[in-house]
Structure formats: structure tokens, C-alpha cells
Design a protein around this ligand. Sequence first.
Ligand SMILES: O=P(O)(O)OC[C@H]1O[C@H](OP(=O)(O)OP(=O)(O)O)[C@H](O)[C@@H]1O
Ligand SMILES: NC(=O)CC[C@H](N)C(=O)O
Ligand code: SF4
Ligand SMILES: [Mg+2]
Length: 517
Amino acid sequence: MATVKINSNNWKERRVNRGKAVSGLTHECGVFGAIGNKAWPNTSEIAQIICIGLEALQHRGQESTGLVTSEGNNDFHIHKGMGLVKHVFNNDCVGKLRGSLGIGHTRYSTSAKSEQVNCQPFVVHSMHGALAVAHNGELVNAASLRKQVLDRGVGLSTHSDSELITQALCLIPPEGEVNGPDWPARIRHLMQLAPLSYSLCIMLKDRIYAVRDTYGNRPLCLGKIVPSNPEQTNGYIEGEQEPEGWVVSSESCAFISATRYVREVLPGEILEMTKNGVRTVDVVPPPEGKPLAFCIFEYVYFARPNSVFEGQEVYTVRMHCGRQLALEHPVEADIVGSVPESGNAAAYGYSKESRIPLGELLAKNTYVGRTFIQPSNRLRQLNVALKFSPILTNVRGKRIILIDDSIVRGNTVGPIIRLLRRAGAKEVHIRVASPPLRYPCYMGINIPTREELIANKLKDTKEIAKKVGADSLEYLSVEGLVRAVKKEINSTNEVDGHCTACLTGDYPGGIPDELDW
Ligand SMILES: O=P(O)(O)OC[C@H]1O[C@H](OP(=O)(O)OP(=O)(O)O)[C@H](O)[C@@H]1O
Ligand SMILES: NC(=O)CC[C@H](N)C(=O)O
Ligand code: SF4
Ligand SMILES: [Mg+2]
């Protein structure tokens, strides 16, 4: 198992500036792009389609959001702000975002503070017109790339790695350009300069490039805008009709209403979307034959259960994780239940495999938003009590198996066990549908510091069980998780491969020298 090198202070400083949370892994970002077909100006309500997409991607980032549209010229329309999509956009401002193409973003900060100046998409004016970029991910070599870009005489206005990408795209590629800007060559150049990690929507006045890093670390998929027909029951024409346009999104759960899923953008693919359709410009392989490294935590926790990756629905994978967990760690009990909501599918799988009945143990108050930083343990526990209430019918006098998708700091599971015991539970056995989190993520996910991760502080599961007050506590193995992920994989990629670095310390592309934790 690789050990994480302690190096410069660079990363520590960057982590201080990230968004903070009291439980869980804070999410990544969401990107969404849309372009109308054929006749422009397009009547397909591009800004509205992007807004709907961004709301469906809200779980990936709640700090800020933004949308940029183009009417086919370089005067982009821009609206960005701090907060949720529904707060930042209203009918009035969406109406003003005219255009036949556009890109949008929901942000959870990983590099540079959660402030208005760092809201995405970033827009710059290059020698060849305006350029907007929406980015999900985090550049592992941001510090050295920043230096390279600054060395070329380019000024940067923020500390954001996403602005850095935008500026790096303005660099003329080493082979030069013959007839004006060669955007695919610039994108390939960026891919050489920055190996990990990104899914990008890059918008020019008349086209969008959708790009995934060569490891396929962050997700991205393609969809189409279906023709509308008010006479049809659902208002849209289904079937083989020519689409009215194309959309690209971090997750397929955002293809609702007028849009439908088509396929995944491949790792390393540069997809060009214009009014004439969609074409693959290139598929760049990972460096030195390195394996693909799609973030396995998209399956465990980040993505919505109805999103599709590698040809399979996330819900199915979570269910298989639960089944596998039951095989690896059986225990006698009266009822299986979940910590809603990411634990739901795994609890269903555990119940199916173990044949122990499934029941709801906790009612979740959906009106309690994110758990904000609380200064004391007492207040953190209060937060959990506000979020979850035990369902007495299923809890009182029962031996319970409680499934959660992950334990990060242990701030959720401990107080829940206390709630269940107070409600009369006889035994509480915790089963976690992913392996212990022990290492940091440098690819767009905010993993707490070493000291905060409970599986790092306490190496033995018995100690963790004692600490959180469980009768027993067991985790899914890394092999078990990978098996569950690969069970029904139906990928269009010839090979698949997953990043498990936060579980194993085995980083795609190795541990960059600039890192510290
Ligand atoms: O050990 P901790 O630091 O407390 O974090 C772990 C918890 O955080 C997440 O839930 P969250 O409430 O964020 O989201 P969910 O509703 O999707 O499960 C995760 O599903 C665990 O329940
Ligand atoms: N979570 C993300 O994907 C963040 C994207 C980018 N690194 C930012 O901080 O804005
Ligand atoms: S380190 Fe973990 S969270 Fe980060 S990309 Fe890899 S699997 Fe995902
Ligand atoms: Mg949870």
C-alpha cells in the first residue's frame, strides 16, 4: 500500500480555503451544456434547459452557480451568483440569457475560496474571441501549471484551477497554428499539461467542446434535446426523430423534461458540439498506458441513484454493494434499515441477500439542509437529532442492522445509534457499504484531514464500534466494492478502471510532488 508523502505547504493552504462541512464527503461540481441544432437563433429555450439541468445537479455543489450563453457571437450573456440554482436564477434573468448555446455550473469549491469571483463558468476574451469554461475536478499539478502559465506572461485574476484551465486554453499549442485557432490542438495541449482531473464544458461563440481527462476520473455524458409536440401526452416526441439539439451533463439524472440520455463521453474524448451535430474530434489515451481511474465514490455516494455510469444505474451498484456486504459480514438480526438517503439501496441489497426483512428505521427531515459547521460535539449531535427521527414501530425491542454508504468523521452514525438505543433498540449493528476512508482525494473531493477521518484515528473496527456505540461495525472490503461495481458493467470503453485512492492510497498517476495532507 502506498504511503502519502508529506511535502510542501501548498496543499494545506489550499485545503484551508475549501468549503467546509460537518459530515460526509463534500461533493464535487456539476457541469451542464446545451446547443440547439440547425436554424439559429434557436427557439429551444437553451437557458431554461440548462437551468433545469443545473437544478438536477444541485447535489454536486451548492455554494454557487452560473450560466453563460451565446447567440453565435462573442458577446456572451453571463449570470452567476452565490447560492442555490433556484435562488440565483429567476424567470426574469433566465429570459435575458438569450442564446443558441450555453454552459452552466454548480460549484463546491476545492481550489480557491467559495466567493463570487471564483464562481463558474469562467469567461475570458482571447485573441480569437470569447471562451467560457465550466469545470468539475481539481488539477493535481495546479501549482506548477500556474507557474508555467504565469511564465508565459499571462495574468490570472483568481486562485481557481478552473480559471487556470481557461487561461491555459488560450496558449498557442507547441506545434503552432496555421489557419487561426486550432481549438482541438489547444485542448490536447491542455490535456498534456494537466493530466487530472476534469470534466469540462468549453464554450466558444458557436460551439461547445465536452472533454473528460484521459483517466476518465470525473463523469460526463451526452444527451439530446427531443422535439416538442404539445399534442403528445408528455409534450415531447419520442423515438428516432432528429434531435433539436444536444446536451452534455456531469450526470444523466439531469436529462429530464426535454432531454434524453445518449451515451457517456469517453475518457480522454474531445467531443465537438455545433449546430450541425456532434462529432468526436479525438480520444486521447492516458499517459504511458496507465489504467482508467473513474472515481469509485461516484457509485458509493456522490451521484444520484438514477444516474448511469459505464452502462449501469448507480442504484444497482449500491444494491450489489449491500449484497456483497451481507456475504462478507453477516449478523443475526430482526430488521435491516438504512441511514437515508445514500444508504437506501445498499440496505435493500443487504436485506435481499441475508433474507432479513427490510424496514424504515429513521424518518429524515427533508427540510433540514446541509449540516453547517458546529462548534461543539453537543451541537453536532443536535443537528443529527434534527435531521433523523427513529420510527418506533420498527426500532423498539429489535436487533437492528443499520446500513450506511460511508463513514467519514463518524459524526452521523454515533448520534444515530444513540437515538436508536433511546428509542428501545436491543442491538445496533453497523454495516458500511464501502471500505474505510483513509487517504485524501486530490481530484475534486473534499476529504477531511487525516486527524478528522475516523478510520485513520482508529485503525481497528472494534475500536470504531466502541467509539460510536455500536454492538458491531464492519466495512465492505475494497475487493468487494470493486466486484459490486464490475458485476453488471456494460461499458462502451474497451477497458474499465476505477480510482480507489482514498481507500487504498494508490493514486492514478502517482502521488504528485506538490501534495501535502
Ligand atoms: O461520518 P460522517 O462524517 O458523518 O459522514 C458520513 C455520512 O455523510 C453522508 O450522508 P449525507 O447526510 O451527507 O447525505 P445523504 O443524505 O446522501 O446520505 C453519508 O451518506 C453518511 O451518511
Ligand atoms: N468540486 C469541483 O469540481 C470544483 C472545481 C474547481 N476546482 C473549483 O474549485 O471551482
Ligand atoms: S480518491 Fe476517492 S473520492 Fe477521490 S477520485 Fe479517487 S475514488 Fe474518488
Ligand atoms: Mg448519508
